[in-house]
Design a protein. Sequence first.
Length: 154
Amino acid sequence: MSKKRKLEASEATRETAHKKSRHYSEQDRKLAALYDSLADESSDVRIKAAENLILEIQPQKISENGNLVENVLKRLIRGLCSGRKAARSGFYITLTELLRALYCEESEYDQDKIPRFEKIPELIEDLTQPEGNVAGQVSTCPWLSIPSNALTRL
């Protein structure tokens, strides 16, 4: 291979590597650390992470990032399906507290800047669908661990 080709190939590799790298904000790094702590085996660490996550998305901070609440809700819902040892309880606690804070009567959140409450069950259904073919298995409602057809009977 000629020197010119080697040089072009190495430049192309550097450009590709540069394109693949993502730049995360400080808030993204903080949220990632909190999500990780929600799956910690220690209940004290999980509860502290839940408190900090709720504080991180206070109404004043939402105006800075319009999709923050929706992104956090999606991540918490996906965390309910995690296989990590204590993740489900950590994500569950945080999700219930966040829903309470967002949608209670005394909520300080601008209802125009957060997803409508009626969309939450649909969001949960979409984000917790099992991947692949589940033929031969009983299809269950993942967040309640009951057969899906039982929901229609409720």
